[in-house]
Write a new protein. Structure first.
Length: 183
């Protein structure tokens, strides 16, 4: 039997995934309570995710109305079925907060440049301003609950995640099979 990782090891693996994978699927909630999903670039500061959008986009309006969001980031190795033992992913439920602090906006930009080398070839972040001064905005997403799936531990291995109030630490992992008992 493979030793299952504890909260510290799971946190390290999630942090690595968030720093190396470029895309997330972000789900927001519209005014009727229905979810909608967008593919988003994700920049991470530990377990805190930053996503960039524009004020005229649907997801911006939806996050302003309801900050409860969910996203998934996955590592799918090349080779299809042959690489299935290396698949790992995180599903996060969290709170989206519009970033209004200039230093935090700059931190999100810096993280994005570190994570996405292609940004150096375009001018997307050359003139990022405060939300009330421009069209571009960043959202900080702090995790509140999650699910970590890691086929490197064993096929179909999953745990529910608990986080500290500020979302910066994995404080607990609960076996996935407990979902059948708790609904």
């Amino acid at each position: 039997m493979t030793t299952e990782p504890g909260p510290a090891e799971v946190q390290e693996a999630i942090t690595e995934l968030l720093r190396t994978e470029e895309l997330a699927a972000l789900a927001t909630i519209d005014e009727q309570g229905a979810p909608s999903t967008s593919a988003m670039h994700i920049a991470a500061d530990g377990l805190i995710a930053y996503m960039h959008t524009f004020q005229f986009n649907r997801k911006h309006a939806q996050m302003q109305q309801n900050p409860n969001v969910s996203y998934v980031v996955s590592h799918i190795p090349p080779g299809g079925f042959a690489g299935r033992h290396a698949i790992h992913s995180v599903q996060i439920q969290g709170r989206a907060t519009l970033v209004t602090d200039p230093a935090e906006i700059q931190r999100a930009v810096t993280l994005s440049f570190e994570q996405f080398p292609w940004l150096a070839d375009i001018s997307l972040y050359d003139n990022v301003k405060l939300p009330d001064e421009g069209q571009q905005v960043f959202y900080r997403i702090e995790p509140t609950r999650g699910l970590w799936a890691d086929h490197r531990v064993r096929q179909l291995w999953r745990v529910f995640l608990e986080f500290s109030y500020d979302g910066r630490t994995v404080t607990g992992c609960r076996p996935y099979h407990s979902a059948r008992r708790t609904g």
